[in-house]
Design a protein around this ligand. Structure first.
Ligand code: NAP
Length: 322
């Protein structure tokens, strides 16, 4: 099979399209013929080897996993002997970040627990775009953020995957939603339904008078006290990721914030693939609408990863394999 192989950290130039042996599924795995795969922040971190702390997970000096790619959709072509939930011919999707990545390839062996049946009405490119970012947005806003009807929400880093699904979810709750992202994405964000959109390069939302009931952050890059200032009474600040030092500070101060203020700060620890049944239901009801930028063919992956790393993507960047 053909796969995108990475042997060292650096840039997307380190990625090579190679002919390698097709994997065989272990007892609890299925072999999936990949039809679509999304590019994620995790893939970019695995390719660049940054932030350095991620190397504890991905391999200290070189990547442990030779093939990145984690958010896939495809068709089951072989089942391991202990597989209970799938059969050959099923169409599936899921997030493989906890079971070895490997999605930038024509075939991947994946744990059955990381996969979910893809409804026939769900396009492959949408299925590849939905499992990781929609779970993060749902868990961030609802499970951790306790979003309530009619609240004022701000999503920082709103132009990526989490932001697009975050908007959909916040709108079920009739929230007023403000986006923060780069200037060139603001028109698209307003068109997609954000009530307001701020350019992070010219406006620091933590220095504005507006206050929010819930802030969902994909880019934590300021100190906790700055976020507290723009939270309304009983407001919650929830982050899914960002600067490692800022996240550590947040963890250390979290109990003190709870003790001395009526506000809360939290970090989402993603429960991978937990919400896929709900996500399918909402997708079919057109309540979750993936925003997808599409590329064709496996050979487009290195260029797509570079484009992602430069922050040029809008919504989810997905590669469709033919
Ligand atoms: N909590 C967990 O368990 C867990 C698990 C996996 C991943 N994650 C995290 O989840 C996040 C993924 O979010 P995503 O998929 O939506 O990412 P994404 O697609 O990369 O989107 C992030 C957006 O933020 C924008 N941005 C960059 N710098 C910014 C700044 N200073 N202020 C405001 N916006 C800024 C980017 O635009 P430009 O770059 O064009 O400016 C981009 O549009 C990452 O932080 C990742 O590490 C968390």
């Amino acid at each position: 099979m053909r796969a995108i192989v990475q042997t060292k950290y650096g840039s997307a130039d380190e990625l090579e399209l190679r002919e390698i042996e097709t994997p065989s599924p272990a007892a609890n795995q299925v072999l999936v013929r990949v039809q679509a795969v999304a590019i994620n922040d995790y893939d970019w971190c695995m390719v660049s080897g940054k932030p350095l702390v991620y190397r504890l997970m991905f391999g200290l000096f070189k990547p442990k996993t030779p093939i990145p790619g984690m958010e896939i959709a495809g068709e089951v072509v072989e089942c391991g002997v202990n597989v209970k939930n799938f059969k050959v011919g099923d169409t599936v999707f899921g997030d493989l970040s906890e079971c070895g990545f490997g999605g930038f390839a024509e075939y991947v062996s994946a744990d059955e627990n990381a996969l979910f049946l893809k409804p026939s009405q769900m396009k492959y490119e949408d299925a590849a775009a939905i499992s990781h970012a929609a779970c993060l947005a749902l868990q961030g806003l609802v499970d951790v953020g306790n979003l309530a009807c009619g609240e004022k929400v701000l999503i920082n880093g709103a132009g990526g995957g989490v932001g697009a699904y975050g908007l959909n979810i916040a709108k079920f709750y009739d929230a007023h939603v403000t986006a923060v992202d780069a200037a060139h994405k603001l028109a698209m964000l307003k068109q997609n339904g954000f009530d307001e959109a701020l350019d992070y390069q010219s406006i620091d939302f933590t220095r504005q008078p507006a206050q929010y009931d819930l802030i969902l952050d994909t880019k934590t890059n300021r100190g906790v006290f700055r976020y507290l200032k723009v939270l309304a009474p009983n407001g919650r600040y929830v982050t899914v990721g960002g600067s490692v030092m800022r996240l550590i500070q947040l963890l250390l101060l979290k109990p003190w914030v709870a003790l001395f203020t009526n506000k809360r700060v939290s970090i989402v620890a993603l429960k991978t693939n937990k919400d896929l049944a709900t996500i399918c239901e909402w997708y079919l009801a057109k309540k979750l609408v993936p925003v997808v930028e599409l590329r064709e063919s496996l050979s487009a992956v290195p260029q797509a990863i570079s484009y992602f790393g430069a922050g040029k993507h809008k919504g989810k960047l997905v590669v469709r394999l033919k």
